[in-house]
Design a protein around this ligand. Structure first.
Ligand code: CU1
Length: 132
């Protein structure tokens, strides 16, 4: 059989193998991690979330999930000043998620989230996450 192969077929097979190899590499690079926020897996008042986040090897593109009873809390992606002051801007607040299963893709560098419900951020519902 192989004696019947023309050089063109061999080139085609070689190129195909190279393409398959390259696509496998990009699949490995594209695989991102998925983290449920907190040691308890719940977004609430019982944890120091930034201390939890500090121990994780986040990279840009990883997905973080905030789980909570949907009517009790929310999540707002904020700037560093929103994180420090526990006050979201109007634009940030408009993008708040309330699903109880809120998902965010991390950006390179620091990512800040708070609960936007009055008093909750000051009670500890805030998280600072660094992604490489
Ligand atoms: Cu809350």
């Amino acid at each position: 059989m192989s004696a019947l192969r023309t050089p063109l077929v061999s080139k085609f097979l070689l190129i195909s193998l190279i393409l398959v190899g390259l696509s496998s590499i990009s699949i490995v690079k594209a695989a991102k991690s998925f983290y449920i926020i907190g040691d308890t897996g719940t977004w609430g008042f019982l944890e120091q979330y930034s201390a939890w986040a500090f121990k994780k090897p986040f990279v840009a593109g990883d997905v973080v999930v905030f789980r909570y009873p949907a009517t009790v809390h929310n999540t707002v992606r904020v700037s560093v000043s929103g994180y420090d002051s526990c006050v979201a801007t109007e634009a940030e607040s408009k993008k708040a998620l309330w699903t109880g299963d809120d998902r965010y893709s991390l950006k390179k560098g620091y990512n800040y989230f708070i609960c936007g419900i009055g008093g909750h951020c000051n009670a500890g519902m805030k998280i600072k996450i660094f992604a490489k």
